[in-house]
Structures are given as structure tokens and as C-alpha cells.
Design a protein around this ligand. Structure first.
Ligand code: RIB
Length: 313
């Protein structure tokens, strides 16, 4: 195996066509807010993480199912232009690509509604059809916008092949608790952390203790992201808070996905835990300062310059 193949990061997950409405504030129930501005971009938690990893300098193979519509060839072209290996991206017949309605209000807060479309065509059988090739991955990056049984099959195979798995439990999804023993890095935001703690029967955990409490899942490393408060990373008996970089918040969409993509690259490059979360936090902060999912994802140069110009340690 050559050096390039050894460092290949596989992102297996969703792609969506994002329909974004930005307004001064989100509507109340039954209310219509006018004067919104509209933007159609490409997103999906899998694609966002894959592009984030590619722009952060990773060697990315993206596995995804898109639909039979005008968007699919455009998405494929965009991924290829990012330098990603798209040989495992499929276009399914008689179904639309995943679609997300994103409503953004003040302070970048958003409401999201997702129609999975072709993302749910990414089945365990498809994973089995590429399992020999999968052995080349140096890290597998997952989220929860494809069928759960597919993620479980990937995790099972990765365990057999000794490939580290990074799971972003977004959106919050119930997995068998026994799965978490096989996860190397579990990344969650506060809501997802509380969803998982609820499954463990734990309530009333302060934000600063969420990551430590989630060690009970069995995941080897737990990262909890807390927006403007940065986050926590816990591995074994080592626990560290990392800061968010101060930015003006425009749109938080894809901040978590950007963190995950950048983190995977940092780990595969051999950065230590402290530098890797710092790098990923810088990338996520840059993403919230721009509108849209993929359009907001920063390139490596921007991340490095942002880290270098900051006083944060
Ligand atoms: O995490 C942000 C993403 O969630 C958006 O791009 C949207 O497609 C939804 O999947």
C-alpha cells in the first residue's frame, strides 16, 4: 500500500440539496415571515464533512447515493473539483436527491427539515460490495443521515479490519449501546449529548461534564462541541476544554460537519489531541462566519492562518 492510500479518509454518508431561507427572525407557529432571502446550495452532513476534510487537506473518498435529478451531476462535479475520489458516489433511479429546508433566523440560529431521498438507498449490501476496497481506509467518518443498519455494518467491518471510526451522532439517532465500544471518536453537540445521556438514564449533567459522562458509552474518545463555548475532549483519564474562536455568527449550518471533517484530517496527519481539536474548532468557527453549508467550509490555508493569528492556545 502506498503512502497516499494509507492516509485515505473514507466519508460514508449523505448529500443534500439545501434550500435556505434567511430572515431577520424565525417565524412563530402559524406565522408568515416575509422579506426572507433565498439561496440554494449543496449540503448534507456527509458531503459537508467530506468537503471540509478535503479542503482541510485530506485525501478523501466519499461514498454516497444521490438521486435522479438535475442536482446530482452538479453535486458530483463539485465533489470532484474539490479533489475528492467520487468513484463510490452512485446516482439512483426514480428517486430524488436528499433535500433539506433550512430556515435561518437571528444570531444564525437555524431550523432544519430533511427529506432523505436517495440517501436511504445507501444500504448494508452496498457497503458489503466495497468491503475489500474499504480495507485501504485509514479512518472512516460517519454521521446519521443514512440508514442506521448501514452505519452499523460499516462499524462492524471497520472493527474487523482495525480501521478507526469517527462517528458524529447527528442528527441524534438511537444506536445499540454495544456499538459505542467500537467507536474511536464520538463527536456530539450538546443536544446530541443529552439525547445519548437520556439513553443511559443520566440527567442533569452540567455542560462541562457531558463529555466525561459519555465515556460510559464505551467510546474511546468523546468530543462535545458547545458552540461559542468551544467544547470538551475526553480520552481515558485525560480531559481538556478547547475554546471556540471569536467570530461574528452568520449561520451555524454545517459548523459541526466542518469540525468533524477537519478533525479527521488532523488526526490522520498525526496531530496530537490538543492541536487536532484546536484546528477543528478554528475550521468550525470560520464556517459559522459565512452563509450556507458547503459555501462556508474553509480551506486549509484559511484555517492555518486563523490558528496562527489567534491568541488561543
Ligand atoms: O449539518 C448541516 C446539514 O444538515 C445541512 O447541510 C443539511 O443538508 C442537513 O443535512
Amino acid at each position: 500500500m502506498d503512502n497516499k492510500a494509507k492516509r485515505e479518509i473514507w466519508v460514508i454518508g449523505s448529500s443534500n440539496v439545501d434550500m435556505i431561507m434567511k430572515m431577520e427572525r424565525l417565524p412563530e407557529k402559524g406565522e408568515t415571515v416575509t422579506n426572507a432571502s433565498f439561496m440554494q446550495t449543496f449540503g448534507g452532513k456527509g458531503a459537508n464533512s467530506a468537503v471540509a476534510a478535503a479542503r482541510a487537506g485530506g485525501n478523501i473518498k466519499f461514498m454516497n447515493c444521490m438521486g435522479n435529478d438535475v442536482y446530482a451531476p452538479l453535486m458530483l462535479e463539485m465533489y470532484a473539483n474539490e479533489g475528492m475520489d467520487v468513484s463510490l458516489v452512485r446516482q439512483e433511479k426514480d428517486i430524488s436527491s436528499g433535500t433539506a429546508l433550512v430556515m435561518i433566523g437571528d444570531a444564525g440560529m437555524n431550523y432544519l427539515s430533511v427529506a432523505p431521498g436517495a440517501n436511504y438507498k445507501l444500504t448494508p449490501e452496498l457497503i458489503d460490495s466495497v468491503k475489500d476496497e474499504m480495507k485501504e481506509a485509514s479512518r472512516i467518518v460517519l454521521q446519521c443521515e443514512i440508514p442506521t443498519e448501514t452505519n452499523l455494518r460499516i462499524i462492524e467491518l471497520a472493527d474487523q479490519y482495525g480501521i478507526p471510526v469517527q462517528l458524529n451522532l447527528a442528527p441524534a439517532t438511537e444506536l445499540p449501546m454495544s456499538t459505542y465500544n467500537l467507536i474511536d471518536t464520538l463527536i456530539v453537540n450538546e443536544n446530541e449529548a443529552r439525547f445519548l445521556l437520556d439513553q443511559l438514564g443520566k440527567e442533569m449533567v452540567p455542560d462541562d461534564d457531558l463529555a466525561q459522562a459519555l465515556q460510559e458509552t464505551g467510546a474511546k474518545e468523546v468530543i462535545v462541541t458547545l458552540g461559542a463555548d468551544g467544547g470538551w475532549v475526553v480520552t481515558g483519564d485525560k480531559m481538556e476544554h478547547f475554546p471556540a474562536f471569536p467570530v461574528e455568527v452568520v449561520d451555524t449550518t454545517a459548523a459541526g460537519d466542518t469540525f468533524c471533517g477537519a478533525y479527521a484530517v488532523a488526526v490522520v496527519e498525526g496531530m496530537d489531541n490538543h492541536d487536532a481539536v484546536h484546528f477543528a474548532s478554528a475550521a468550525a468557527s470560520l464556517a459559522v462566519s459565512k452563509l450556507g453549508a458547503i459555501p462556508s467550509v474553509p480551506k486549509r490555508q484559511e484555517i492555518d492562518a486563523f490558528v496562527a493569528s489567534s491568541n488561543l492556545q
